[in-house]
Design a protein around this ligand. Structure first.
Ligand code: FAD
Ligand code: HEM
Length: 367
């Protein structure tokens, strides 16, 4: 099934823009209510859902990774107002757009493979959505917005109720400046009694949402937050030490985990490698060093690609710095950062001899 899906997608992929155009045309005819889930200007992220769908359908042979994620994704989709009929419309539109593009390559066997995979995936998402007892989304008021560097802001929000996230997870966020453009952000603190959440947002070049957050967010703005996703966590009972590898704002979920651990007297040893191109990218270093000063189980190693190494730090990419110390066979490894940084670090660690099942990261990013 998966081979048929991958081979047929390889032929269709160069035509993603055409496939997306056909897909949305058909979806909005079959289920007109779904138009309101998407941005007013569809050009902003045309193809995002099609790429996401195909990415996930191709993983149908990795149920251990996929199933927990699909449950979270199904709950997450409640925030749009998605109902079961919409899944049927999305499936029909996806298959019809692939059929139109693939012509004679769309054989009955290929069609069966896509239909079966989509049905399995959609069923898991719908089951999880139906069982979810929490609200579909939360409103949250911005109480603080501070620029930490020219392209990075710390934003604190107060949700109207406790958002049931665990340290290390991420949430999707919709901001009033960019309606219907949901983006994932990672809380940088463990859940607090007052429910407040701190986010670190870096403006990416040409970025619709991140630039608006860094430049235009103000106290009093009302955000919407989706349900938590992700599986970065520390098992305190496992008796294994922990290696954390953070690039850029990827440090946020790891800081949340450290914040969570800090409430216990005894913890596994945690080595955090925190990297960026230059010292300026390591915006959270002082805070992390202060945490390490009072928590003897935590050590922080700053890693910079350019310029001399910082005191107690190393030079090079995170992948280079971490593997310089070998395979870390006795550690659980958590990797967090941009998709490119995660790919580079994980692949180099595997070459260095780290086992894949030692490493945790959130792999389902579409960008
Ligand atoms: C699990 C997860 C957790 C995340 N946590 C955070 C967080 O805590 N803080 C944070 O600031 N961001 C975080 N992100 C990234 C965030 O969700 C957005 O992708 C990012 O802010 C860009 O959105 P945008 O609308 O500004 O850019 P878009 O308009 O979506 O994209 C504009 C351009 O920027 C490129 N681009 C998109 N994302 C990135 C990126 N991360 N780095 C470089 N180029 C990019 C795109 O390919 C495109 O060319 C997280 C992403 C994931 C998947
Ligand atoms: C098998 C079923 C589905 C899967 C696997 C799936 C997967 C995904 C994923 C992974 C994303 C996140 C993309 C990103 O921003 O990184 C996404 C976004 C989205 N999904 Fe789904 N989805 C499914 C069904 C649906 C249905 C039935 C609807 C209802 C119309 C829907 C509407 C959306 C919307 C509106 C977005 C936001 C992205 C955008 O604006 O294009 N999805 N989906």
């Amino acid at each position: 099934m998966v081979r048929l899906i991958r081979d047929s997608w390889a032929k269709a992929e160069p035509y993603t823009p055409e496939i997306s155009q056909f897909f949305y045309g058909m979806l909005f005819t079959l289920a007109p209510a779904t138009r309101d889930f998407f941005p007013i200007n569809m050009e902003v992220q045309r193809g995002r859902l099609v790429r996401a769908l195909v990415h996930i359908v191709q993983m149908v042979d990795r149920p251990d990774d996929l199933l927990p994620f699909l449950r979270q994704l199904g709950r997450d989709h409640r925030k749009f107002g998605v109902i079961p009929d919409h899944y049927e419309a999305v499936g029909t539109a996806l298959l019809a757009s692939l059929k139109t593009q693939l012509g004679p390559d769309w054989t009955p066997a290929v069609e069966r493979a896509w239909a079966e995979a989509f049905t399995i995936i959609a069923r898991f998402m719908q089951d999880a959505a139906a069982k979810d007892e929490y609200p579909a989304s939360w409103t949250a008021t911005v109480t603080d917005h501070r620029r930490l560097t020219w392209d990075l802001a710390l934003v604190r929000v107060e949700p109207e109720g406790q958002v049931p996230y665990q340290a290390g997870q991420y949430l999707s966020v919709e901001v009033p400046q960019r309606p219907r453009l949901w983006r994932y952000l990672s809380p940088a603190n463990a859940p607090r009694p007052d429910g407040s959440i701190e986010f670190h947002v870096r403006a990416v070049e040409g970025g619709w949402v991140s630039r608006a957050v860094v430049s235009h967010t103000q106290p009093g703005d009302v955000w919407r937050l989706g349900p938590p996703l992700g599986r970065l966590s520390v098992d305190r009972e496992a008796g294994r030490d922990v290696l954390m590898v953070a690039g850029g704002t990827g440090v946020a979920p790891l800081r949340a985990l450290i914040d969570d651990l800090a409430q216990w007297g005894e913890n596994p040893k945690v080595h955090l490698f925190y990297g960026g191109q230059t010292r300026e990218d390591l915006y959270d270093l002082e805070e992390l060093r202060s945490l390490a000063a009072v928590n003897p189980w935590l050590s922080v190693v700053p890693v910079v690609e350019k310029g001399p190494a910082l005191s107690g730090g190393e030079e090079g990419t995170l992948a280079e710095a971490v593997t310089r110390h070998g395979a870390w066979p006795k550690h659980d490894v958590l990797v967090s950062g941009s998709p490119a940084m995660i790919r580079a670090t994980v692949s180099r660690m595997l070459v260095a001899g780290t086992a894949l099942d030692q490493i945790k990261y959130d792999p389902f990013t579409i960008d």
